[in-house]
Write a protein that binds this ligand. Structure first.
Ligand SMILES: NC(=O)c1ccc[n+]([C@@H]2O[C@H](COP(=O)([O-])OP(=O)(O)OC[C@H]3O[C@@H](n4cnc5c(N)ncnc54)[C@H](O)[C@@H]3O)[C@@H](O)[C@H]2O)c1
Length: 289
């Protein structure tokens, strides 16, 4: 039986109460411990890592838009924070760091779908900071006796998802029959990954794989079609409108997951349609309670 220590500083990027509610169900579990603290605090990391085998490094300043407005915050949490995790992991004798990376490390599209050899030209400070973090992981693996793997997530969605992401915003609006606003003309495309697929990839990555791996849904859909799908699943009367696109947003993302399939045995078992249905049901049951 594994013991899980969760470290989070309950940053105010979005309502910390949402984060607390998300982990409420684990709080009585004797194998779960919550530590409130910052990955910029190396002594705290060292104290925690002394008895730890695997570090699932998810802490980050997520979000493209905030990184355009406050790039230093993204850099500090994502690049310096990851460096701290790696330095301390080496000192404490951790076996492996499983680093949450992002499709944002690709940025400018040379071809689709993205395989791991696609050029890395991030179009936002967020993408740049996640790419630096990946490089630190690779370099630490080469220099030290520390296994590292970076999982490049393609827009994750599902229960407990980040509230600032389109699927959550569209679902909320659709369920209230409110107008759905799309930034841009809706032709940008995204590969969306249901959370269960990401959890499965993390468990697989504990034992297998070194380096960078795409973890995606393997299919892409335009933002316009996504909004229409959510309106249809929720049986909503919401109108869809279009406004100016946002700076830093990638044009397209689409994963080729054959490397993860070969080395990790990963395949996205829950597709977009099924994932959206599950998310809408969770939203109705959980958020509205
Ligand atoms: N959600 C996605 O679509 C997506 C896509 C690609 C990559 N990722 C990556 O997955 C990871 C999780 O993302 P998420 O969407 O769940 O975001 P999230 O904001 O919900 O989770 C990140 C958590 O890190 C915590 N945190 C931030 N700075 C910290 C610090 N200095 N010390 C300790 N904790 C800190 C925050 O409080 C937050 O709870 C991140 O590394 C993100 O970059 C997410």
């Amino acid at each position: 039986m594994a013991t899980v220590v969760c470290l989070d500083n309950f940053d105010s990027y979005y309502d910390p109460q949402v984060k607390r509610k998300n982990i409420e169900t684990f709080m009585d579990n004797p194998n779960f411990e919550l530590v409130e603290g910052n990955i910029l605090d190396k002594q705290l990391l060292y104290d925690l890592f002394e008895d730890v085998d695997y570090v699932f490094h998810n802490a980050a300043q997520a979000g493209v838009r905030i990184s355009v407005d406050n790039p230093s915050k993204s850099h500090s949490a994502n690049a310096t924070g990851t460096l701290n995790i790696l330095e301390t992991a080496v000192k404490a004798g951790v076996k492996k760091v499983i680093n949450a990376s992002s499709s944002s490390v690709y940025g400018k599209v040379s071809y689709l779908p993205f395989d791991e050899n696609h050029p890395n030209l991030p179009v936002s400070p967020y993408g740049a900071s996640k790419l630096i973090a990946e490089h630190y992981c690779r370099v630490f693996n080469e220099l030290h006796d520390l296994d590292t793997i970076s999982l490049r997530y393609f827009t994750v969605f599902g229960p407990r998802m980040r509230p600032d992401l389109a699927i959550n915003i569209f679902t909320k609006k659709a369920l209230n029959n409110e107008t759905i606003e799309i930034f841009g003309d809706g032709s940008k495309t995204r590969d969306f990954t249901f959370i269960d697929n990401v959890v499965d990839a993390n468990i697989r990555a504990m034992k297998n794989g070194i380096g960078e791996y795409n973890i995606g849904g393997g299919e892409r859909i335009s933002i316009r079609e996504l909004a229409e799908k959510i309106v249809s699943i929720t049986d909503s009367e919401s109108e869809i409108i279009y406004s100016d696109s946002m700076k830093g947003d990638a044009e397209h993302t689409w994963s080729d997951v054959s490397k993860a399939s070969r080395d990790l045995g990963y395949s996205p078992k829950i597709g977009l349609e099924e994932g959206l249905k599950r998310y809408v049901q969770w939203y109705i049951d959980f958020v509205n309670q």
